[in-house]
Design a protein around this ligand. Structure first.
Ligand SMILES: [Zn+2]
Length: 211
């Protein structure tokens, strides 16, 4: 990718700064890992970048919201770990793309609240009901920092790896062109059936494998 200077500010978006830019060799190939911080210091995010996405017509983009249990511990409660690894693999296969690791755990409610929501789910609530019982909205994520990162990377058009129409809308509203959506659907298992059905029926996710 083209070199970026630390503390770079984009004239269209003064909220987010590049803090670090380093190599990150992985099992899927060599990425660069970029660290970003919002202008008020309240939020940080990480982007893994391969190739030169600013020069591509519509590079692959995955906005992956943090899921400690799925991403690190390979939890079968959700599809996050599978989606993370599959997205990195697909970007590596194309030798170009961006994965933004969005540090808004548990759809924005935070790690410990998410674990409390798991406890409610163990007693019968679905993911949306559990968040609501804890006093949160079904999905509290905000995508401002993701759009800022794309503007800083000079990426205006993307192919979005996602099943979530909210991410599509969030990017379009923030002046990023989504040329196409690339589905990221894991095979349905007994463990993920209810979780994925709730995503489809209550959150509008585009999941062709769920009846
Ligand atoms: Zn998850």
């Amino acid at each position: 990718m083209a070199p970026l200077k630390k503390q770079t500010r984009n004239p269209k978006s003064v909220r987010t700064c590049l803090i670090a830019n380093a190599q990150l060799p992985t099992r899927w190939g060599r990425f660069r890992v970029l660290g970003f911080q919002s202008g008020d210091g309240a939020e940080s995010a990480v982007a893994l970048v391969m190739g030169r996405p600013a020069r591509a017509r519509a590079p692959l983009l995955r906005i992956h919201s943090q899921c400690l249990t799925g991403d690190v511990f390979s939890s079968s409660r959700c599809d996050c770990g599978w989606q993370l690894q599959t997205a990195l693999k697909r970007i590596a296969r194309q030798k170009c793309g961006i994965l933004i690791y969005h540090l808004q755990e548990g759809r924005g409610i935070g790690l410990l609240n998410k674990l409390q929501a798991y406890e409610l789910q163990d007693h019968g609530s679905d993911t949306v009901e559990a968040n609501e019982k804890l006093g949160f909205e079904a999905d509290q994520r905000n995508y401002d920092i993701c759009a800022d990162i794309l503007h800083l990377l000079a990426v205006r058009s993307v192919s979005l790896l996602s099943n979530n129409p909210e991410k599509f809308l969030a990017l379009v509203q923030r002046h990023i062109r989504v040329v196409k959506r690339v589905p990221l659907e894991m095979p349905v298992s007994k463990m993920t059936q209810k979780y994925l059905t709730t995503k489809k029926e209550k959150l509008g996710h585009l999941l062709g494998r769920i009846a």
